[in-house]
Design a protein around this ligand. Structure first.
Ligand code: ZN
Length: 134
C-alpha cells in the first residue's frame, strides 16, 4: 500500500544552478545534497510540506540521468511513492504484471531503500518506490 507521494524527481543539467532556482522558487535551501555513486547521480532535496523535490544531476556521462536529458531535456524524471514494505510491494506489483527494473531494493538517496517500476507499464512515468531505512 502506498502511503504518500514521497518526492518528485527532476532531472537537471547543473545541480548548483538548479539549486539556486529551486531555492528562489521554494524560499528555502535544500536540506540535503548527496551523491549516489551506484546510480551515477548527484542529488539535492527540498522539503515541500509532507513531500519533497529531488533534483538529479548526472555524475558521469553513462548515468541514466544523462541519457534522460539527452533524449528529453530537463524535467520531471520520476514520481516516488513511500511504502511500508518495499519487498512486499515489489512482489504485489510483479503479480499485477508490472515490470520492476531492479531485482532487489537498492540503497537510494536520502536514506531509503528504492526500486523502480518501468514507465512502459505506468503510462510513461518512471515510478520509484521507497522505504525509509530505519
Ligand atoms: Zn527519487
Amino acid at each position: 500500500m502506498v502511503k504518500k507521494i514521497e518526492h518528485i524527481g527532476i532531472a537537471v543539467k547543473n545541480l548548483k544552478q538548479a539549486n539556486e532556482v529551486y531555492q528562489q522558487l521554494l524560499g528555502d535551501p535544500p536540506y540535503k545534497i548527496e551523491s549516489v555513486e551506484s546510480e551515477g547521480v548527484n542529488t539535492s532535496f527540498f522539503q515541500t510540506g509532507a513531500s519533497k523535490i529531488e533534483l538529479l544531476e548526472a555524475s558521469h556521462p553513462n548515468s541514466a540521468i544523462a541519457k534522460f536529458i539527452e533524449k528529453k531535456g530537463e524535467g520531471i524524471h520520476h514520481i516516488a511513492f513511500a511504502v511500508e514494505d518495499i519487498k512486499a510491494e515489489m512482489e504485489r506489483l510483479k503479480k499485477e504484471g508490472f515490470k520492476i527494473i531492479n531485482e532487489h531494493p537498492i540503497k537510494g538517496a536520502d536514506n531509503q531503500w528504492v526500486c523502480f517500476v518501468h514507465p512502459k507499464d505506468t503510462k510513461g512515468v518512471l515510478i520509484e518506490l521507497c522505504q525509509k531505512i530505519t
